[in-house]
Ligand binder design. Structure first.
Ligand code: ATP
Ligand code: MG
Length: 358
């Protein structure tokens, strides 16, 4: 019955933020008797240095067997400029996503009351903001074939990609969105470009079809250009926002920025059985790596999502969220979220503060 969590540091600040999040996860495991077991593996640049590829076989074996994976971040300047795809740390992330069939990317965009002043929007627009963005992660234009750069008869080059979605792919991401909405405020807004792109005409049709199975959830549709505007002028109108791979990439970054808490946002990528890969929305921040100043809270809240979605331990997840809230209430801040009058602490101390608050 015991579930296994694979812990992967990655590169850069991944090492420090995972150390902090691991401490929190293990503390909750003790407190709530979750019976979790832990293992570790490598992914990204350091994995490439050691094994010759960013998603090593050892990691693959462990990742396939695990119930959930907690990940830090990967990449850094020492690996930049590699031209061949399989040599780039970032390829490790794409490989593990497609290997594990992680088709559903969940990114909450939540404004923390204590940090609302850092938002580029007026405080009244973001106070209380709580959106869940559900992005399709293994299809659409990022994976569609044919793709490439070809030379035309006149010698001019032409780049091309293909945006494709099958009904079954749309249906399964729709279900994730509707099920998330049932546990929230029961509204799904599907974002497409159905006035221009056929692939999203089908997207809209399938969303309507799936909605019939969730009569308690209200479905609306919005064109992506309008959605980008609405996120800035009235973000609180949204509950769950569901969209394809490309639009989701853009809108989830936009939504996380307006919270003013970019270093505070977790994410989950799930397969059909709720096995998941959990990571902060931010990157490996090579500029501050190894200095004990990174903010570990996004990773700590990713661990909370892990407990909620892959372990089925919602109350333990709530416990972590509440502990993070108490730490912020107490005025403890890492450098990225620091403001006058607050107490500046480092990455390790922030992890310990959350453990203490548990
Ligand atoms: P990626 O390409 O992996 O998405 P990026 O290079 O665009 O990432 P990040 O690595 O997220 O961006 O870093 C962007 C900026 O935010 C950097 O200045 C970095 O120091 C800062 N930053 C990112 N994450 C954190 C964190 N957890 N704590 C503090 N600062 C952070
Ligand atoms: Mg980067």
């Amino acid at each position: 019955m015991s579930k296994n969590v694979l812990i992967i540091e990655g590169d850069g600040i991944g090492v420090e933020i995972i150390a902090a999040a691991e401490k929190v996860l293990k503390a909750v495991n003790e407190i709530d008797n979750l019976n979790l077991t832990f293992d570790t593996a490598m992914l990204g640049g350091r994995a490439y240095d050691q094994y010759g590829k960013p998603y090593p076989d050892d990691t693959q074996t462990k990742a396939r067997a695990a119930d959930a994976i907690l990940f830090g971040a990967l990449g850094g300047p020492q690996w930049d400029g590699k031209t061949e795809r399989h040599l780039r740390p970032e390829a490790g992330l794409l490989d593990i996503r497609s290997d594990l069939g992680l088709f559903a990317n969940l990114r909450p965009a939540v404004a923390f009351e204590q940090l609302v002043a850092a938002s580029p929007l007026k405080p009244e627009l973001v106070g209380g903001l709580d959106i869940m963005i559900v992005r399709e992660l293994t299809g659409g234009i990022y994976f569609g074939q044919p793709r490439g750069i070809r030379t035309l008869e006149n010698g001019e080059k032409q780049g091309f990609n293909t945006d494709v979605y099958k009904e079954s792919e749309i249906r399964r991401i729709a279900k994730v969105a509707f099920e998330a909405a049932q546990k929230r405020n029961k509204r799904v807004c599907s974002v497409d470009k159905a006035n221009v792109l056929e692939v999203t005409v089908l997207w809209r049709e399938v969303m309507e079809e799936v909605a019939k199975g969730y009569p308690d959830v209200e479905l609306s549709h919005m064109y992506v250009d309008n959605a980008a505007m609405q996120l800035v002028i009235n973000p609180k109108q949204f509950d769950v926002l569901v969209t394809g791979n490309l639009f989701g990439d853009i809108l989830s970054d936009e939504a996380s920025m307006i919270t003013g808490s970019i270093g505070m946002l977790p994410s989950a990528s799930l397969d059909v059985n709720n096995k998941g890969f959990y990571e902060p929305c931010h990157g490996s921040a090579p500029d501050i790596a190894g200095q004990d100043i990174a903010n570990p809270l996004a990773t700590i809240m990713s661990a909370a999502m892990l407990l909620r979605y892959s372990i089925g331990a919602a109350s333990s997840a709530d416990r972590i969220q509440a502990a993070v809230g108490r730490v912020l209430d107490a005025g403890l801040r890492t450098k990225d979220i620091y403001s006058d009058g607050m107490t500046l602490i480092g990455c390790e101390a922030m992890g310990q503060a959350v453990v203490d608050a548990l």
